[in-house]
Design a protein around this ligand. Sequence first.
Ligand code: B12
Length: 236
Amino acid sequence: MTHEEIIQALYDNTVNGKVAEVKALTQQGLDTRLDPIDMLYKALLPALQEVGRRFEIGDFFVPEMLMSARAMQGALTLLRPLLAAKGEKTLGKIVMGTVKGDVHDIGKNLCNIMLEGAGFEVVDLGVNTPPEKFVDAVRSQRPDIVGFSAFLTTTMPMIKVNVEALKKAGLRDSVKVMAGGAPVTANYAKQCGADYYCPDASSTARKAKEIIGAAGDAPQGALAEAVAAVELASGQ
Ligand code: B12
C-alpha cells in the first residue's frame, strides 16, 4: 500500500469504527515510516469530524460514535510514544481533566500527549471529574496550570463552577486556568473566569510553555517537530 492509500484506509476504517483494522493500518504506517502527524491530522482527526457530522444528521448513533472513538484510541496508543518523546527536563506541572457530566476524553488525551511531549508533567484526573476532585488535586499537586475540558454544550457551564470552587477553596490565585473543548470559545472561557483558552492540542502545548515563561526554550524531540509541522500546515 502507498502512504496515500494507508491514509485513506485509516480514515475510512476510523469512520466505520473498525478497531482492529485501524490498529493494523497504524502499525503498517509506522513500519513504512509514514509520518505519525500525517496519520493524526490527515486521517484520524478528520474521520472523527466526519463521525460527528453523521451523528448530527442522524446517520450515526452513539454505538457507531463509540466504535470510532475506540478505533482512534487504539491508534493513539501506538502513536503516543512517537508523539511524546519526552525530554529530561520537566517544564512544569499541569492537572487536566474532563468536567463533571462529560465522558469525552480523546481531545483531552491528545492535549496531554502534546503537553508531555513539550516537557510538562501531566496529572490526568480522567473524565466526569467533579469540582472537588479538581480542588483536591490543585491543593495537593500544586500545579502551575489546571486545564478543564468540556465537550458538550450541557457540560460547558462546569468550567465556571470549577473556577468558583477554586475561588471558594482560596486556590484560584495559586494556579493558571486553561479551558478548552469543541464547543468552548475564547469568549466563553473568559466569561467563566479562565485565564486562557486554546482551540487544539498544539496551541495548548505552546500556550502552556508561554504561561510558564518557557516559550523560547529549545524544542524537545519528535513532538516539537510535529507541533512545528502542524503550525506550518495550518498557517499559524
Ligand atoms: C467520539 C465521540 C463520543 C464518544 C466519546 C468517547 C471518548 N472516549 O471520548 C461517545 C460515544 C462516548 C460520545 C458520547 C456522547 N456524545 Co459525543 N462525540 C464524539 C465525537 C464524534 C468526537 C469527539 C472527539 O474525540 N473529537 C476529536 C478531538 C481530538 O477533538 P476535541 O474533542 O475538540 O479536542 C480538541 C480541542 O477541543 C482541544 N481541547 C480539548 N480539551 C482541552 C482542554 C484544554 C485545557 C484546552 C486548552 C484545549 C482542549 O484540544 C483537543 C485536541 O486538539 C464528537 C463529534 C466532533 N466532531 O467532535 C461527538 C460530540 C461531541 N458528541 C455529542 C453528543 C451529543 C454526545 C452524547 C450526548 C450523545 C448521546 N445522545 O448520548 C453523549 C454524551 C456522553 C457524555 N455524558 O459525555 C455532540 C455534542 C453536541 C454539543 N454541542 O453538545 C458531538 C459534537 C456530536 C455532534 N455533532 O452532535 N461521544
